[in-house]
Write a protein that binds this ligand. Structure first.
Ligand SMILES: *Cc1c(COP(=O)(O)O)cnc(C)c1O
Length: 482
């Protein structure tokens, strides 16, 4: 296989295709554009069409993806996204609309957003949703900007946000970006919120707590009602990081737990292929007291017509251009309609069952971060393996040789040698067994042949990289092992 970059394969003068010159009317760019708008010296590769097709098809075969292998990346919900949703998102009427079109000719799209909002309100107990944010992190920022404006309008003097030490890294980042001081509280020995520590951390200056439930250890915060009471009593709000909502679908709602604002990652929980920064949607939902702060516009309905509503009293404004990543909303809507109420409950049950199945079958060989029952993910702590000379990183790399994508590593930060496994609801028993057996075999390999772990992966295109060098001094060229 020719491993050169497409730029290196370039053969100047070759064009990808031939189109016959039109007999009339075609002008050269320099006849139409002013000289300062003409570009020259663009070093784009020149290749034949077939060479381009082969170049990219061969590259795509080296991709590790959900369509090729098991991908148990904790806290990321890498699950099967039905192909039918791709087809629906590509329907002409959805694909070829433009945000500058008039409302009258966007009625179908607006109705879809409106209906999706209604469904998500039912699923979460929130009153309304905004779909502008393009990612979970941006959803958090949107939600916390609303929290901030709420306190401003209410003339509450608030400057601190409480975040448990098990939180996703985007939570403290969001709090800082909103200008808040972040107060981190340590989890208790089970990995849950420590109510004593929370009580000590909260005061009249507490603007909010940012939480996820289940937390990043995959555990349900059993004391969530007490947490809500403590925060609310001090005039603070509860923000819910609902990036991975699978295990709660149809089971309970953030509203019942006492949350005031939430985001859902539609691209994780509600079916859109994601990763590598592909388009996402951080749907932000709020309860009554934050309605007046939502970004503009919302989609509302007057008689039978849907319209963009810009009249939101204390709106934080816009958080991005136009109305969000619409095609992600189409996929989420299709996914919800297809599964329905019962299907969604089964998603939650299977996500939870799969994680606990893995936990039970591996817990004698690998330490678990908590003995409490898991929700949708399970965190192992490879300390026994580390003592024998193989780190969580070695195990993760060795999994690649078994054709499994490494689980999330060294997160959450509070677990030593963490491997965080989220199998999702869409994997079969057979696949889970294969993963479990691979983990058991790897554990045996540590005693028999540690070297094989230290040198893993050996069956992949790219072998073990020097992680520090790769970060400090990246070489983005493809170099094939001789
Ligand atoms: C993925 C994730 C986020 C961030 O979502 P992005 O879309 O990647 O910005 C936030 N919190 C949790 C718990 C997540 O898993």
């Amino acid at each position: 296989m020719d491993d050169r970059l497409i730029f290196e394969k370039s053969d100047s003068g070759i064009k990808a295709s031939y189109v016959k010159k039109p007999e009339i009317g075609l002008k050269e760019p320099k006849e139409i554009l002013p000289a300062n708008c003409l570009r020259s010296g663009l070093e784009l590769p020149s290749l034949g069409e077939l060479e381009v097709v082969r170049h990219y098809t061969n590259l795509s075969k080296r991709n590790f993806s959900l369509d090729t292998n098991f991908y148990p990346l904790g806290s990321c919900t890498m699950k099967y996204n039905p192909k039918i949703n791709e087809e629906l998102a590509s329907l002409e009427g959805f694909l070829n609309i433009h945000p500058y079109q008039n409302e009258e000719c966007l009625q179908g799209a607006l109705e879809l957003i409106y209906n999706l909002e209604t469904l998500l309100c039912e699923i979460t107990g929130m009153k309304r949703f905004s779909f502008q944010a393009s990612s979970g992190a941006q959803g958090e920022l949107t939600g916390m900007l609303m929290v901030k404006k709420y306190h401003k309008v209410m003339k509450n003097k608030k400057r601190k946000v409480i975040i448990p030490d098990s939180a996703h890294g985007t939570n403290p980042a969001t709090s800082s970006m909103c200008g808040y001081e972040t107060k981190v509280i340590e989890s208790d020995k089970d990995g849950l919120i420590d109510l004593d520590k929370l009580n000590k951390a909260v005061d009249a200056e507490t603007a909010a707590i940012m939480l996820t439930n289940p937390n990043t250890l995959g555990l349900f915060e059993e004391n969530i009602l007490e947490v809500a009471e403590i925060i609310h009593k001090n005039g603070g709000l509860l923000y819910y990081d609902g990036a991975n909502f699978n295990p709660l679908l149809g089971v309970t709602t953030p509203r019942l737990m006492g949350f005031d604002a939430i985001h859902l990652n539609l691209h994780k929980t509600f079916s859109t292929p994601h990763g590598c920064g592909g388009p996402g949607a951080g749907a932000v939902g709020v309860v009554d007291k934050l309605l007046e702060f939502l970004p503009v516009p919302l989609i509302d309905k007057k008689k039978d017509d849907f319209y963009f509503n810009y009249k939101i009293k204390h709106s934080i404004g816009k958080v991005r251009a136009f109305y969000g990543n619409f095609s992600v909303l189409v996929r989420a809507y299709a996914y919800l309609l297809r599964l329905g109420r019962e299907g969604l409950v089964r998603v939650a049950q299977n996500a939870t069952l799969n994680a606990n199945y893995i936990k039970e079958r591996l817990k004698n060989d690998y330490n678990v971060a908590s003995n409490k029952p898991s929700m949708h993910e399970v965190v192992f702590s490879c300390t026994k393996q580390k003592e024998k000379g193989a780190s969580a990183l070695d195990i993760a790399k060795r999994l690649i040789d078994y054709g499994v994508h490494p689980p999330t590593m060294y997160f959450p930060l509070i677990v030593k040698e963490a491997l965080m496994v989220e199998p999702t609801e869409t994997e079969s028993r057979k696949t889970l067994d294969y993963f479990i057996d691979s983990m058991l075999k790897i554990n045996k390999e540590i005693d028999e042949n540690k070297e094989i772990l230290h040198n893993a992966p050996s069956a992949a295109y790219v072998k073990r990289v020097d992680e520090v060098k790769a970060a400090r001094n990246p070489d983005l060229r493809w170099v094939r092992e001789k």
